[in-house]
Design a protein around this ligand. Structure first.
Ligand SMILES: CC(C)(COP(=O)(O)OP(=O)(O)OC[C@H]1O[C@@H](n2cnc3c(N)ncnc32)[C@H](O)[C@@H]1OP(=O)(O)O)[C@@H](O)C(=O)NCCC(=O)NCCS
Length: 159
């Protein structure tokens, strides 16, 4: 696991990516306050170790949590600014929904939002699929970033 750096001033456009997702009957959008329990319940059933970080995305206004939906159900999430400021992640898309552009839509939504917040670069924390991030947003590895901010962690039972 290593951190990666992304140039927010050189991002792929968001609109075409979101239009492609809509054409497949899905959406990617910012989560609403009244959806917090549904999002955390969904995530808790597949990746309980990320529930705390996802919940932190709901503690800002506007929320720093984006979700992917299909037929009114959540099928993916991504958060930013929750572990430390300027960091993207974690993120996850349901197994059965991968490869449809949802992960990229979630990531670009977060990163365009980060750029609008005034950041010049984003850190992708504790990667993960390095080739995917290099290909989609030109991310480069940050040397010596293991374990990075994930240091002195409590031993927890969550898998
Ligand atoms: C990473 C993840 C969010 C991508 O979601 P997705 O909806 O499948 O992403 P997209 O459909 O937008 O993009 C899929 C592309 O990424 C590539 N990709 C996905 N995971 C990859 C990996 N581990 N290594 C290399 N490429 C990967 C796919 O091959 C595909 O490429 P293509 O567009 O050329 O076909 C999803 O695979 C996931 O939930 N993984 C498990 C959790 C995880 O690793 N989170 C990231 C922690 S930093």
């Amino acid at each position: 696991m290593t951190d990666m750096l992304v140039k927010l001033y050189d991002l792929p456009p968001l609109d075409a990516c979101l239009e492609n997702i809509t054409s497949k009957g899905c959406t990617v959008r910012r989560a609403m306050a009244y959806e917090k329990t549904a999002v955390l319940d969904w995530l808790g059933s597949i990746a309980p170790h990320w529930v705390d970080e996802c919940a932190a995305g709901f503690s800002h206004a506007p929320h720093k949590c984006f979700i992917a939906t299909e037929n009114g159900a959540v099928v993916g999430f991504a958060v930013y600014d929750v572990v430390i400021k300027n960091m993207f992640g974690p993120t996850l898309v349901d197994d059965r929904m991968r490869g449809k552009g949802l992960g990229t839509g979630l990531m670009l939504s977060c990163m365009h939002s980060m750029r609008n917040d005034g950041y010049g670069y984003a850190i992708i924390g504790g990667v993960g699929p390095k080739e995917y991030y290099a290909k989609t947003v030109g991310a480069v590895e940050i040397a010596g970033s293991t374990p990075g901010v994930y240091i002195d962690r409590l031993n927890q039972k969550k898998s």
